[in-house]
Ligand binder design. Structure first.
Ligand SMILES: Nc1ncnc2c1ncn2[C@@H]1O[C@H](COP(=O)(O)OP(=O)(O)OP(=O)(O)O)[C@@H](O)[C@H]1O
Ligand SMILES: [Mg+2]
Length: 339
C-alpha cells in the first residue's frame, strides 16, 4: 500500500478514545491490515445466520501458479557470443555432472550447498534469456515451469508463502526446470523500500530456492542490483550481451521466415550494420516489415523500405543507434529511395 493511502487513514480507539493513525491499543500495523482487509471487501459477521446467502467467497485461483511449457527451442537456435554459449554449456555441465562432482569427487564437502542447481541469466532486454531457459530445459529433457508472479502474490497472510511452496513442490514432483523470468521484480534487494513483495516473502523464496532439489533459472535485466543473498545461492551466472554486427545478420537470417516474399534488394547485412538492435528488437523489425507488406495487398513483396522503416522505429524505441555505422561506409544513395 502506498504511503499516501496509509496517511489518509485515521482510527478512533474505543479504549483510549484517541483519534489518530495509531495508539498503544491499535498499532500502525493493525491499522494497515484493517484497511487492507476492508479495501479487499472483507465483511465480518458474528453468527452464521447473519451471513448473506451467497456462493463461497474464497474461490481457488483461476490460473495456475506456474505455467508448464514444453520446451521447443534448442540451444543451436540461439545466436550468442562464444562466452555466453560457453557459460550455458557450463551451466548444463553443472546439472548433468552434479552427482559426479559433488558426491563422487566430494565437492560437497568444500561447497556448502543443497542438492539443487540455480542458474542466473543476466543481460539487457531481448538478448535471449527467456529463449535460453527454454533451451536448457529442452537439453535436459524436462518441462519448464514459468512462475506467474501475479498469481503467487496474495495479500492474505501466509497465502503467498503457501503459493511459493506449492510452486517448488510441483516443480520437484514433475522434475521441471523452474523459471523465474524477470526475477528482479521479486528478488529485489530487501529493505529497498519499493518492494512489491514483503521482505518475509523474499526470505521464503530464497529459502525455498536454497533447498530446492531441482534446477532453477532466474532471469534478470539488472544482475547487479539483485539481492546479495541471492549471489551465494547461484551456482552458475550467465551474462547475455547485445549481439555484434555479424550476430545481428545471423538473427535476421533466422527470423525472416522462408515463406515470406522478401524482395531481392533487401540487404540484411546493411540493416545489421546500421542498426545496433537486440535480437528481440530484430524480431520486432521483421514482424513490422512483414505487417507493412501484408497491409499493402497486391503483390505484397516485403521491401527494403519496409525493413528500414521498421528498423528506424525500433532504433528510436531502443535509443540505440549503432556507433559502428558511423565508421562503416553508409550506403546512402541506395537507401534514399526507400526510407
Ligand atoms: N540470442 C538470440 N538469438 C536468436 N534470437 C534471439 C536472441 N535473442 C533474442 N532473440 C529473439 O528475440 C525474441 C525475444 O528474446 P527473449 O525473450 O529470449 O529475450 P530476453 O533476454 O528474455 O528479453 P527480456 O529481458 O525482455 O525478457 C526471441 O524469441 C527471439 O526470436
Ligand atoms: Mg525474457
Amino acid at each position: 500500500m502506498g504511503k499516501e493511502d496509509r496517511d489518509a487513514w485515521v482510527v478512533k480507539c474505543p479504549k483510549c478514545g484517541r483519534i489518530r493513525e495509531s495508539c498503544r491499543h491499535v498499532s500502525a500495523d493493525d491499522v494497515r491490515r484493517i484497511v487492507r482487509l476492508l479495501k479487499a471487501g472483507v465483511e465480518v459477521y458474528e453468527k452464521d445466520e447473519d451471513l448473506p446467502q451467497e456462493g463461497h467467497v474464497h474461490e481457488p485461483p483461476a490460473r495456475p501458479l506456474a505455467r508448464a511449457v514444453r520446451p521447443r527451442v534448442r540451444l543451436e537456435d540461439l545466436v550468442l557470443p562464444e562466452a555466453t554459449r560457453d557459460a550455458l554449456e557450463d551451466a548444463l555441465a553443472e546439472v548433468r555432472h552434479q552427482r559426479l562432482m559433488y558426491q563422487r569427487w566430494g565437492l560437497r564437502k568444500v561447497v556448502r550447498k543443497a542438492k539443487g542447481v540455480a542458474l542466473l541469466f543476466a543481460g539487457p532486454p531481448g538478448t535471449g534469456k527467456t529463449m535460453a531457459a527454454e533451451a536448457i530445459a529442452r537439453e535436459l529433457g524436462r518441462p519448464l515451469h514459468v512462475v506467474d508472479y501475479a498469481q503467487l502474490e496474495n495479500m492474505w497472510v501466509g497465502e503467498t508463502e503457501k503459493n511459493i511452496d506449492a510452486v517448488f513442490e510441483r516443480a520437484a514432483r514433475e522434475e521441471a526446470v523452474l523459471f523465474f523470468d524477470e526475477a528482479d521484480s521479486v528478488f529485489h534487494r530487501r529493505g529497498s523500500g519499493m518492494a512489491p513483495w514483503t521482505n518475509r516473502d523474499v526470505n521464503v523464496l530464497l529459502n525455498r530456492l536454497e533447498n530446492h532439489p531441482g534446477v532453477t533459472i532466474l532471469a534478470t535485466n539488472l544482475g547487479r542490483i539483485l539481492d546479495r543473498a541471492l549471489d551465494r545461492r547461484v551456482d552458475v551466472a550467465v551474462e547475455f550481451g547485445l549481439p555484434d554486427t555479424g550476430m545481428r545478420r545471423e538473427v535476421y537470417r533466422r527470423l525472416v521466415p522462408r515463406g515470406a516474399p522478401v524482395a531481392k534488394d533487401v540487404d540484411f547485412e546493411w540493416l545489421a550494420r546500421r542498426y545496433a538492435l537486440s535480437g528481440g528488437s530484430i524480431l520486432n523489425v521483421v514482424r513490422g516489415a512483414l505487417r507493412s507488406a501484408a497491409r499493402r495487398g497486391g503483390r505484397r513483396r516485403v521491401t527494403m523500405g519496409d525493413f528500414v522503416r521498421a528498423a528506424e522505429r525500433e532504433a528510436r524505441k531502443a535509443g540505440l543507434l549503432a556507433a559502428d555505422h558511423l565508421a562503416a561506409e553508409p550506403r546512402r544513395e541506395r537507401i534514399r529511395g526507400y526510407a
